[in-house]
Design a protein around this ligand. Structure first.
Ligand code: NBY
Length: 818
């Protein structure tokens, strides 16, 4: 490829490009007070390099006829792109200098950028990390998703309560995307199916759609780190097909002419903000189908460019990874296309689908397993429902009947259709039946998928269910977000750890080295000072960088148990009020979390934490030993600021509920020590860092199961623990809300009258004990430094490069582009 021989850009050349774009793309000659214009110009200068590499990558893919993975995901949480792209292109220093020459700080320029927040949480961010690793490892990969006009809502607090406002990420354009009108697709919807008898006695199914929607692709280039590859993330936007009904318009019916357009454009209007529960809304279903249909058509079009009508290579060239069940309809759409549009027989179409699809499960929570009403399916996608029924019939009559002959109950249990008042389609069953591999996202989670979620499928299809432990990209989550620590690591790790994270293990040797400890902890302190400034400007709260920075950042959910953390903070406050000299290290508890707008208890938890923070932060009696901050509008960009400054990482979900977690990996990588349950990837983090360097507490999955069988009574724990009882009583009364008793009682109510579904009270005592041990450890600064260093050193396993290589070896079978 040409780039290999190209000289790297100098700062002067880069500056010339930026000036060129300021002059000719923005005609902003007076840019001195316009950092937004400078940001745009820098992005456009970077794009010159990016698009050149994209062209070369495309040529290499075509030349080498390489097999590709097509990652189908309703969500991508990309965050900001500029800093990452500069690092990955090795242009960071060049841009830094060029921008300084223009009179700006590069970091201030970054602040002008908007997050691409086209996702909710871990699942969407995982997709973004995977794209980074795929490009870095030179694999041929396309990410497919939706070009939402509004990503995840922005969060504000009004008197402590969460208020949602629309995310306007594209209001003034997005320099990282390019529209591809040549790749527009037309997507049919609704209507009816006609059965046509053929002369040879067979029947042909003809779908007469009621509406056709246009899918417009926007491509976001994905730049690999120190690699030759630039892949694309292709995001589909919905539009009305014939833009205007001119007849109606001329007849004076301007409204009607507009409405068809509005309806079509609604499909990609907004991301559903639920992270674990399915909305069950028709529009969400149409979003899923629209995006799957566009993507399947695009995959076929790309294939046919090389192989025309010869389908024999399709399964060798194409693998389609389903990121959770959200893109399941892609299976039915490929079946339909092969049979109805390309005259495949049922058997041949089905054989093809069983070779190309693989499915990742991200949750065991029953309320998160997607089901769609058969009646709605029939209305929106009548032809797809017919196909689904036939798949199910064959599955039950062949696979299930062979294994469990005559077992009616087993049939009902495994059927893709759930019978009942309202017939429902179980999307996960369709995924498991069709896919050639199904993976969980951490070892303990994958084990539970096999033993508890799909034990019958595991018996039916031995070897199909497998594990790929999640990972995170060390480019964004260490190199770019923590430059000082990165430079320190460079001094002791001789290989490029950002490309081979296991090489960080060399840092272990310095864990007890006093000089290295000092440097490591000085950097942590500097990062904390910086975050303290951010906290002050976002929340008005003063915090000391000498206190422990204790961080819980993730979506707000009962199973993640922010309220366990909260109860423990109340416990500390209780101790301090009883004894102002209570011996503890000063601590700042930092929360970041969005609640789904319709999730009542999650919003009450946010409110309670904010209300209590107001009181505690202003209580002179406790001498600043306790501070609580709830950072508004938690998102990728805020995570990049919080994580480098964290001392403690709270990973305290009920055992068996958090599939993996990925924030746990990012925090440990940046030298935070985990306090956590034996859940998700915490288990593997503990294996890597060793028991001395992590604080594990709480009931295990097996103990939680025993509790369930023996009967769980939260009141027993309430009555047995004086401190716990006292703080719950605070919430039930008006201690924090004088004159308004019960204003914070929702949490207490759920824990006591509500049965404490996530076993918060059962884990409280052990959690408080682990927190005390952690406090002790922090007092010993040498011991703490050792722990922090070893956390960074031992995170090699958790690079998303390793995850991608696991997918490649066990599922995708790709070869890197040469
Ligand atoms: O996926 C998360 C898991 O909770 C976490 O443990 C894991 O590390 C991560 C990556 O594997 N799941 C998650 O983030 N899920 C969602 O965001 C989500 C979004 C939408 C819907 C369901 C789940 N939905 O049904 O609409």
């Amino acid at each position: 490829m040409a780039t290999a021989t190209k000289k790297p850009l100098t700062a002067a050349q880069f500056k010339t490009k930026v000036l060129h774009h300021l002059n000719f793309t923005s005609s902003e000659v007076d840019f001195q007070d316009n950092p937004t214009a400078v940001l745009r110009a820098v992005c456009l200068a970077v794009n010159e390099v990016v698009y050149e590499k994209l062209k070369e990558t495309n040529a290499a893919h075509t030349d080498q006829k390489s097999r590709s993975v097509n990652y189908l995901s309703l969500e991508y949480l990309m965050g900001r792109m500029l800093s990452n792209n500069l690092h990955n292109l090795n242009l960071f220093e060049v841009a830094n200098k060029a921008v300084a020459d223009l009179g700006f700080e590069l970091e201030d320029i970054f602040e002008e950028g908007h997050d691409l927040a086209l996702g909710n949480g871990g699942l969407g961010r995982l997709a973004a990390c995977f794209l980074d690793s795929l490009a870095t490892l030179d694999y041929n990969a396309v990410g497919y998703g939706i070009h939402y006009e509004h990503g995840l809502f922005e969060q504000q607090f009004h008197q402590g309560r969460q208020i949602e406002t629309p995310d306007e990420w594209r209001e003034y354009g997005n320099p990282w995307e390019v529209c591809r009108p040549e790749a527009v697709q037309e997507i049919p919807l609704f209507g009816s199916v006609e059965t046509q008898a053929q002369v040879d006695g067979s029947v042909k199914k003809i779908w007469h759609p009621g509406q056709i929607i246009k899918g417009v692709p926007w491509d976001v280039p994905i730049v690999g780190y120190n690699s030759k590859t630039v892949n694309v993330l292709r995001l589909w936007e919905s539009r009305a097909c014939s833009h205007f009904d001119w007849d109606q318009f001329n007849a004076g019916s301007y409204q009607d002419a507009h409405s068809a357009q509005n309806q079509a454009e609604t499909i990609s209007k907004v991301l559903y903000p639920n992270d674990e529960t399915e909305a069950g809304k028709e529009l969400r279903f149409i979003q899923q189908y629209f995006f799957c249909a566009c993507s399947i058509k695009d995959i076929i079009k790309r294939y046919q460019k090389q192989y025309a009508d010869d389908w024999s290579e399709f399964a060798n060239q194409v693998v389609i990874q389903l990121n959770d069940t959200h893109p399941t309809i892609a299976i039915l759409e490929l079946m339909r296309t092969l049979m109805d549009d390309y005259d495949f027989s049922w058997d041949n179409a089905w054989a093809m689908c069983r070779k190309v699809f693989a499915y990742t499960n991200h949750t065991l929570l029953p309320e998160a397993l997607e089901k769609w009403a058969v009646s709605m399916f029939e209305r929106v996608l009548p032809r797809h429902l017919e196909i689904l029924y036939t798949i199910n019939e064959q599955f039950l009559n062949n696979d299930v009947a062979r294994m469990w002959p005559g077992d009616v109950q087993m049939r009902a249990q495994l059927s893709i259709i759930e019978e009942g008042q309202q017939k429902m389609v179980r999307m996960a069953h369709l995924c498991v039946v069709t896919s050639f591999k199904v993976n969980g996202v951490a070892q303990i989670h994958s084990d539970l998928v096999q033993s508890d979620l799909f034990p019958e499928f595991n018996a039916l299809y031995p070897g199909k269910l497998t594990n790929v432990t999640n990972g995170v990209t060390p480019r964004r989550w260490l190199k770019a977000c923590n430059p000082k620590l990165s430079k320190l690591l460079d001094t002791v790790v001789k290989t490029d750890w950002a490309k081979d994270l296991s090489s960080l293990d060399a840092v272990s040797e310095y864990a007890d080295d006093a000089k290295f400890q000092k440097k490591f902890m000085d950097i942590k302190h500097e990062n904390k000072v910086k975050l303290a400034g951010e906290i002050k400007s976002l929340t008005g709260v003063d915090v000391s960088a000498d206190a422990i920075f204790d961080v819980q950042i993730k979506r707000l959910h009962e199973y993640k148990r922010q309220h366990l953390n909260f109860l423990h903070i109340l416990g500390l406050y209780h101790r301090l009020l009883e004894n102002p000299d209570y011996d503890m290290q000063p601590r700042v508890f930092i929360f970041g979390a969005k609640a789904a707008p319709g999730y009542y208890l999650a919003k009450e938890i946010i409110y309670a934490i904010n209300k209590v923070a107001e009181r505690i932060n202003n209580d002179d009696r406790i001498q600043g030993k306790l501070k609580i901050v709830f950072m508004p509008n938690y998102r990728v960009t805020l995570a990049e600021k919080i994580i480098p400054a964290a001392d403690v990482s709270e990973q305290i979900s009920t055992a068996g509920k958090e599939a993996s977690g990925t924030g746990n990996m990012k925090l440990a990588l940046n030298g935070a020590v985990t306090i956590g349950t034996l859940d998700g990837a915490n288990v593997e983090i503990a294996e890597e860092v060793g028991d001395d360097n992590i604080f594990i507490f709480g009931n295990t999955v097996d103990q939680i199961k025993v509790m369930q069988v023996e009967g769980y009574n939260p009141w027993d724990f309430y009555h047995a623990d004086q401190e716990l009882k006292a703080v719950i009583d605070w919430l039930r009364g008006d201690f924090f809300t004088p004159g308004k008793p019960g204003e914070l009682s929702a949490i207490a109510h759920s824990l006591l009258e509500g049965g404490d579904p996530y076993r918060v009270l059962a884990d409280y005592a052990d959690y408080a004990k682990a927190q005390q041990a952690l406090d002790e450890a922090y007092k010993d600064s040498k011991r703490w430094a050792r722990m922090a260093i070893l956390n960074t050193a031992k995170m090699g396993k958790f690079t998303s490069d390793r995850s991608i290589q696991d997918y490649v070896n066990n599922i995708w079978k790709l070869t890197p582009i040469k």
